[in-house]
Each structure stands twice: as structure tokens, then as C-alpha cells.
Design a protein around this ligand. Structure first.
Ligand SMILES: CC(C)CC(=O)SCCNC(=O)CCNC(=O)[C@H](O)C(C)(C)COP(=O)(O)OP(=O)(O)OC[C@H]1O[C@@H](n2cnc3c(N)ncnc32)[C@H](O)[C@@H]1OP(=O)(O)O
Ligand SMILES: O=C(O)CCC(=O)C(=O)O
Length: 238
């Protein structure tokens, strides 16, 4: 993915053009991150012994263009996931360098993982919003916020209902982090039709159809089954 301010410019793959590498499950070196015992030993505390790597990302937050599009709006990751229960899902997010408020660290609203999934949509930002960067429209403005200042290699593990986002990158560097969403292989898929997640299903399926054609009528579950990989134990439902 590119930053939305340059998404239509001529494309030469480079660090400067790539805001996010998503779904790196077929890249041996990057995917090694999802199998590291140092990561899995904590993941297992949440998922139990049968562990699926569901979603992988290397985020290369670019210097902000001045339009504040490098921000990631406050959201809950569960909005994107057609599987449950949420307590058997956990995100590992590892800083690849020193990250603080200057280069756009994670910001979290503590305690919000105990709430429910809220409706998400595109924030009404003047400078534009990256594709699929949905945000919560009605979060509690007065909720405490914690900015996670992290050193290279520091990792946070968080619940998919935790409201979080990240600020703009005010530096000239590219802020890098690597992350994976893990889930217990015992989780099950749900149909999101008729729920607040229907909007993201439409968008994701629309992109998948654009890439692979719509003759096979994929749904959100098919797309997730396709990218999920077993990293420990036995593949059960997912
Ligand atoms: C739990 C987790 C999911 C939470 C989150 O991370 S939420 C937000 C993240 N969601 C995503 O990153 C979602 C998905 N992203 C994608 O599916 C892709 O990255 C795409 C946006 C389709 C881009 O595809 P990709 O192959 O990476 O990039 P390409 O550079 O080849 O561009 C292909 C077409 O996509 C367009 N594009 C790329 N980046 C953006 C952007 N930021 N905003 C709007 N449009 C964009 C680009 O212009 C190109 O369009 P066409 O030339 O095909 O019309
Ligand atoms: O790395 C970031 O800036 C935020 C990533 C994030 O919140 C996400 O992808 O869900």
C-alpha cells in the first residue's frame, strides 16, 4: 500500500513508495517473525497451543506529506476479522526502531478491550484517508490515552477490541514496525452480513474481485482462510 497522497503517482517500488507490506505469509524471511519462540511463548498464553497467524503487516509509516494522512485513526482490529471469540485473538506489534510521538507511535485507550465492537467508517479527514483505514466515529473523547514509546525490538501484545491508532510521522525517517495477528485454531468463522462489519467485507471482497475476478464469488471468510497459516499445533477450524 502507498500513502493516499501518492497512491496515483508513477510507481517504482522503493522504501519511499511503500507505506505498508501486507500479507507477507509467503515471504520466508518476514514470516519468520510469526514463528519466533520469543513471540509465540506470549501468544500461546492468549490462544492456547494451536496457533494460526491470521494477518501479517510490515508498516513503513512515511514522513507526513503535510496532509496528516500518515495517521492511523482510532479503531478496533476486530472490525476487520470474521472470526471469534475475540479473547482467543491477539496482536503482536514489534518496533523495528525507536518509536515515540515524533514518528507516530501507537496510542491506546486503556480498558477499552472490555467493551464491545463499535461501528467503523472512514474518518472525515480533510487531507484524505488511506484505503481501509476505518475509524470509530463515537469513541469517548475523555478516555485516557497512553502513547507507547518503544525501543527497537520491543513488542506489545494486545486484544482485538482495544481501541488504538497512531499519530502522524513528523520526522523525515520511515517509522517501521512488524506485526502479526494470531488466533487460536479453535476460533470459528462468522458471517458478518447484517452486522457493523458488512462495510469492510464489501470493500475487501471488492478489492479481491478486482485482483482475481468475481466469477468465484468469494466472501470475507474465504479471503481469511486463504491467508491464514498454522504456526504451532494443529489447524482446526480457521
Ligand atoms: C487489523 C488490521 C487489518 C488493521 C489495519 O491495518 S486497517 C487498515 C489497513 N488496511 C489495509 O492496508 C488494507 C488493505 N490494503 C490493500 O488491500 C492494498 O494494500 C491496496 C490498498 C489494494 C493496495 O494494493 P497494493 O498491491 O499494496 O498497492 P499498489 O501500490 O500496487 O496499488 C494498487 C492499487 O491500490 C491503490 N492504492 C494503493 N495505496 C492506496 C491508498 N493508500 N489509498 C488508496 N488507494 C491506494 C493504487 O492507486 C492502485 O490503484 P489502481 O492503480 O489499481 O487503480
Ligand atoms: O503501525 C501503526 O501505525 C498502526 C497499525 C495499526 O493500528 C493496525 O494496523 O491495526
Amino acid at each position: 500500500m502507498r500513502d493516499v497522497t501518492i497512491s496515483k503517482s508513477e510507481y517504482t517500488p522503493s522504501e519511499k513508495m511503500t507505506t505498508k507490506v501486507q500479507d507477507f505469509q509467503e515471504d520466508k524471511e518476514l514470516f519468520r517473525y510469526c514463528t519466533l519462540p520469543e513471540i509465540l511463548k506470549y501468544v500461546e498464553c492468549f490462544t492456547g497451543p494451536n496457533i494460526m497467524a491470521m494477518h501479517t503487516m510490515l508498516i513503513n509509516k512515511p514522513p507526513d506529506s503535510g496532509k496528516k494522512t500518515s495517521r492511523h485513526p482510532l479503531h478496533q482490529d476486530l472490525h476487520y476479522f470474521p472470526f471469534r471469540p475475540s479473547n482467543l485473538i491477539v496482536c503482536a506489534w514489534t518496533a523495528m526502531e525507536h518509536i515515540d510521538r515524533n514518528n507516530g507511535c501507537l496510542v491506546v485507550l486503556p480498558g477499552t478491550h472490555k467493551g464491545s465492537l463499535k461501528p467503523h467508517d472512514y474518518p472525515k479527514w480533510e487531507g484524505g484517508v488511506n484505503k481501509m483505514f476505518h475509524g470509530i466515529q463515537d469513541y469517548e473523547e475523555n478516555n485516557a490515552r497512553v502513547h507507547l514509546v518503544m525501543e527497537k525490538g520491543d513488542t506489545v501484545f494486545f486484544h482485538p477490541l482495544l481501541i488504538h491508532g497512531s499519530g502522524q510521522n513528523k520526522t523525515q525517517g520511515f517509522r517501521k514496525a512488524i506485526s502479526c495477528h494470531f488466533a487460536s485454531a479453535d476460533c470459528h468463522y462468522i458471517d458478518v452480513k447484517g452486522t457493523s462489519q458488512e462495510n469492510i467485507e464489501k470493500e475487501v471482497v471488492g478489492i479481491a474481485n478486482k485482483f482475481w475476478g468475481d466469477e468465484n464469488s468469494m466472501d470475507l471468510k474465504d479471503i481469511w482462510m486463504f491467508r491464514a497459516r498454522l504456526v504451532k499445533g494443529e489447524r482446526i477450524n480457521l
